[in-house]
Design a protein around this ligand. Structure first.
Ligand code: SF4
Ligand code: SF4
Length: 361
């Protein structure tokens, strides 16, 4: 067995001791709701982390499962009366695990794919080859992200079509994975630096003034995490913010449209209004709020590396979210949320906001 070193976790001992074990986090934690087992709730993860720091626990299969079924949705931190930063705690535990040689085989595959191909799916074509356009100097650059480039390709195509319809001066990018997935599953900042620097240098070399992103996870990276490590000398907008700033002349759509807040766009980055403003611009459409919305939104279940390592758990969380939907259409603003919510196969059509706007423009 590899020796576990709690190098980063030990700096969070005070946060662990602040937890009063009140259990309020259990009322919101999506992974607890799907497993109904205390080690799958925020407070269970706090106790496990404390056990690791004290040397009372070994990182066995159960410990690793408890720490890697957290979607990093941040709802526990919102609900916690003691302000325990559970997401940071879980991510520090994961960093210690990875640094000590523990990595789930699915995650190892993802990391190897990113290092070899620049994307977690192991696709060998570059983003410009896939999107059918070469990068060139422009005012706006579109960062498609790996999921819209290689899996939910309709969203990347829709974004490019919107830019053309709005007659923007835009370019695609020779992008590589933004680093979100590696960061979430426990790789160190040092490992992510190369990706961050490559992407930023490339964008700067094209004289770009505004970067527009489809994916909530990529957006959080560029908006919140990149600036902590590299200079980001351009405006960063999520596609929903870009669209909300435009006078969109859309065709009518007489539908009741519910909106799902992606955790990385909402709770992690504070973007709640822009996607709702875009839906309200659609003639004839009515915006339906889900029972859990905005700051209290329920996670789709796919984030934090959960979908790749524990697909059944991710699917059950998606089903819980989809059971809340009473509308003609569920719209969200992240291709990765779209993928996981669709896995629930519960009838209501799920669509990315970008695809919907393109279809109505
Ligand atoms: S809500 Fe906060 S203090 Fe209460 S058990 Fe959960 S992590 Fe601990
Ligand atoms: S971040 Fe989300 S999944 Fe993780 S412990 Fe908190 S509420 Fe649960």
């Amino acid at each position: 067995m590899t020796d576990f070193r709690a190098e980063r976790l030990k700096n969070m001992e005070q946060a662990m001791l602040t937890c009063t074990m009140c259990g309020f986090c259990k009322s919101v934690c999506p992974s607890y709701k799907e497993a109904v087992w205390d080690t799958r709730a925020a407070r269970g993860r706090v106790i496990i982390s404390y056990g690791l720091v004290q040397g009372d626990l070994e990182p066995d299969e159960d410990v690793i499962e408890a720490l890697y079924t957290c979607t990093t949705c941040k709802d526990c931190s919102r609900r916690c009366p003691s302000n325990v930063d559970v997401v940071r705690l879980v991510e520090e535990a994961r960093r210690d695990l990875v640094a000590s040689g523990y990595m789930l085989s699915k995650h190892e595959e993802i990391v190897n794919n990113i290092k070899e191909c620049g994307n977690p799916y192991g696709e060998t074509l570059s983003a410009p080859e896939t999107l059918g356009m070469q990068p060139h100097p422009a005012k706006i650059a579109y960062f498609a992200g790996c999921t819209a480039t290689y899996r939910n390709t309709s969203t990347a195509k829709a974004a490019l079509s919107i830019f053309r319809k709005l007659e923007e001066d835009f370019t695609v990018l020779d992008e590589i994975c933004c680093g979100s997935v590696m960061g979430r599953i426990g790789c160190s900042d040092e490992e992510l630096m190369q990706q961050m620097q490559h992407n930023v240098d490339h964008i700067v070399s094209l004289g770009v003034g505004t970067l527009v992103l489809s994916c909530a996870g990529c957006y959080r990276m560029f908006k919140e995490e990149y600036p902590q490590h590299v200079n980001v000398p351009f405006q960063v907008l999520h596609m929903s913010e870009y669209l909300a700033s435009k006078d969109l002349q859309m065709r009518p759509c007489e539908k009741r449209i519910a909106y799902h807040d992606p955790c990385h766009l909402g709770r992690h980055s504070g973007v709640y209004d822009a996607p709702r403003e875009v839906i309200k611009m659609i003639p004839g459409a009515s915006l339906v709020e889900l029972p859990h919305n905005r700051e209290q939104s329920l996670c789709c279940g796919g984030g934090g590396g959960v979908r790749s390592a524990y697909p059944e758990a991710a699917k059950r969380m998606a089903e819980a979210r989809m059971r809340e939907v009473d509308a003609d259409l569920l719209v969200t603003a992240c291709p990765f949320c779209v993928t996981n919510l669709r896995s629930a196969e519960l009838g209501t059509k799920v669509m990315d906001l970008t695809d919907l706007v393109e279809a109505l423009l």
